[in-house]
Design a protein around this ligand. Structure first.
Ligand code: CIR
Length: 254
């Protein structure tokens, strides 16, 4: 697996009104922009050609582009976000996705799905059932995947926003796992790298072409990843964490 491209969207000033369950306070927009630019630089450092879209200030959470689409080697699938305030984010992303994909499918009513809930492992996709992704949405995605020669299965979640808030696939069957995923039966086939309970946020890492982006400030997790032989790049994403967002959420990689 080698990624060549990414789509990202710069945050707008309205990000301070983004959805959150955290008690970390509103993000500092200027600081977020500096962190964002370093993130895009890191994507480029991993060999990706990055399309950075201008802010969509009508949608405070629109910088979290990962949730709007699932990009597979065979097709793109536009999501229908479970958060009503995020539904309008997909329209413009779809026009961008169509520049790169011939086949673009869509999750339809009554399905809801956000791709932060979807983890790719080769041609299989694990789909978290969460407050944002419902069984109808997951079923539609599984059928679309099967129509294109891929497979999918569901993973019920209890405590995190999205599946990838708690797990990160690092290829070679290595899976970073936090909290409820340390013993989740659906994930038994992986070599699980457990995350210290004090570093739960660091479960949202991103593997890109052999390098793993890790959030700065979580030394045990970064060391555990290094010990598995990966190069790491630590990035400060404190302002995005205040909105329950992390490294994976900030781009679509394909
Ligand atoms: C939300 O609640 O939808 C945003 N504030 C955060 C989305 C994070 N996305 C992700 O984990 N893939």
């Amino acid at each position: 697996m080698r990624y060549t491209r990414a789509i990202a969207r710069r945050p707008g000033p309205s990000m301070i009104h983004g959805l959150t369950t955290s008690d970390l306070g509103p993000p500092d927009y200027q600081k977020a922009l500096i962190q964002y630019d370093a993130y895009v630089d890191a994507l480029r450092d991993c060999g990706l050609t990055v399309t950075v879209l201008p802010p969509d200030n009508d949608h405070p959470d629109s910088t979290f582009v990962e949730d709007t689409a699932l990009l597979t080697p065979e097709c793109a699938i536009m999501m229908r976000p479970g958060a009503p305030s995020r539904r309008g984010e997909t329209r413009e992303i779809e026009t961008v996705v169509k520049q790169f994909f011939q086949t673009v499918e869509t999750v339809e009513v009554p399905g809801t799905a956000e791709a932060g809930d979807i983890m790719m492992v080769g041609t299989h996709y694990y789909i978290g059932l969460s407050d944002r992704t419902n069984p109808e949405g997951a079923q539609q995605i599984i059928e679309i995947l099967q129509n294109h020669g891929m497979t999918g299965s569901t993973v019920p979640l209890k405590h995190v926003l999205h599946l990838k808030s708690g797990v990160a696939y690092l290829e070679n069957f290595n899976l970073l796992v936090a909290g409820e995923f340390k013993s989740h039966p659906e994930l038994a086939r992986f070599t699980r790298i457990p995350i210290d309970d004090n570093e739960q946020y660091a479960a949202n890492c991103v593997w890109i072409n052999g390098t793993v982006l890790v959030p700065a400030g979580f030394p045990k997790t970064e060391q555990a990843i290094k010990s598995c032989g990966y190069r790491t790049i630590a990035l400060d994403v404190s302002e995005f964490r205040k909105l329950d967002g992390g490294l994976s959420c900030l781009s679509l990689r394909f």
